[in-house]
Ligand binder design. Structure first.
Ligand code: RRO
Length: 281
């Protein structure tokens, strides 16, 4: 059976953070689905409403979102871990994405529930006005990870990375990550700050002049390349591949370049949690 730091996975598929995992109903639906694990919406110290609507759009090739970290606050997702574990022993992965300085550290320090199996620290939210994506700043990432891995952690911590478009950047990031006990890497988050216009030249989503994170089949080449290169640079760290998976063949492509597990985002939003059954068979 596949395992990350002794956490066992009864299959390779799970949701991508942000997709079908914000509310109690979402998480219950994932619990009853054939996903091998549950990843929560990235959470902050306090609940957040997120950005103005409309903030999600999809067509046959892509999705664009500017959700703005809408979530119920970390305490809700911490409590949900126990509700989930009463029903299923699927791994429960809590995604954390503090916005303000030291918010990630404060959340991680305040976690105490051993029903959380793994933490996915999101270093790559593209949709917060005035807040850079941490992982594009190598020094800031190094500084954050030094503090994170000094904490007495409730569960092993993996990282959600943004797409990198230059293999030299991937190598630099790998050199930093090698210094820490990184439980896993999720490659990749959405491609930040894309713009989709409708026929009347208006952005299809409202926040931030229409800029948003792009997902769906158009991002698969970057999910695959990042999975392949991080696996090559850091062969001891399991990779969770993510980006544009729609078919069993897409899953197999990610596995072939080194992913141990995969996450489904846009296609899960389109098809619902039944997607896990379709892709498992
Ligand atoms: O909430 C969002 O706008 C969001 C997040 Br935190 C993220 O990590 N990736 C994304 O596409 N949207």
């Amino acid at each position: 059976m596949l395992a990350i730091k002794k956490v066992e996975f009864n299959g390779r598929l799970m949701n991508a953070s942000g997709c079908y995992c914000t509310t109690r109903d979402d998480i219950n639906a994932l619990m009853l689905s054939q996903s091998a694990a549950i990843v929560t919406k990235s959470c902050t110290l306090k609940p957040r409403e997120g950005n103005i609507m409309p903030r999600y759009y999809e067509n046959s090739a892509l999705s664009v979102n500017s959700t703005g970290l809408a979530n119920m606050g970390f305490e809700f997702y911490q409590d949900m871990a126990s509700a989930v574990k009463e029903i299923t022993n699927k791994p429960y992965i809590m995604s954390v994405a503090g916005v303000e300085k030291d918010e990630n550290l404060e959340i991680i320090r305040r976690l105490h529930n051993n029903d959380i199996d793994l933490l996915e620290l999101n270093l790559s939210c593209p949709n917060l006005a005035g807040k850079p994506q941490i992982a594009y700043d190598i020094d800031a990432t190094d500084e954050l990870l030094r503090s994170v891995y000094e904490i007495d952690l409730v569960a092993p911590v993996g990282l959600k990375l943004p797409p990198f478009f230059d293999t030299a950047q991937m190598e630099c990031m790998s050199d930093i990550l090698r210094e820490y006990d990184v439980a896993f890497l999720t490659c990749i988050n959405s491609l930040g700050n894309g713009l989709i216009l409708d026929q009347s030249m208006k952005p299809v989503i409202a926040p931030r002049q229409g800029l948003g994170g792009i997902g769906g089949s158009v991002v698969k080449p970057f999910g695959l390349s990042n999975t392949m290169k991080f696996h090559e640079f850091l062969p001891h760290i399991p990779i969770i591949g993510c980006g544009g998976i729609q078919t069993v063949s897409d899953v197999n492509q990610y596995i072939s370049v080194g992913a141990s597990l995969v996450q489904i985002g846009t296609e899960l939003i389109k098809k619902g949690p039944g997607i896990f059954k379709s892709l498992s068979s």
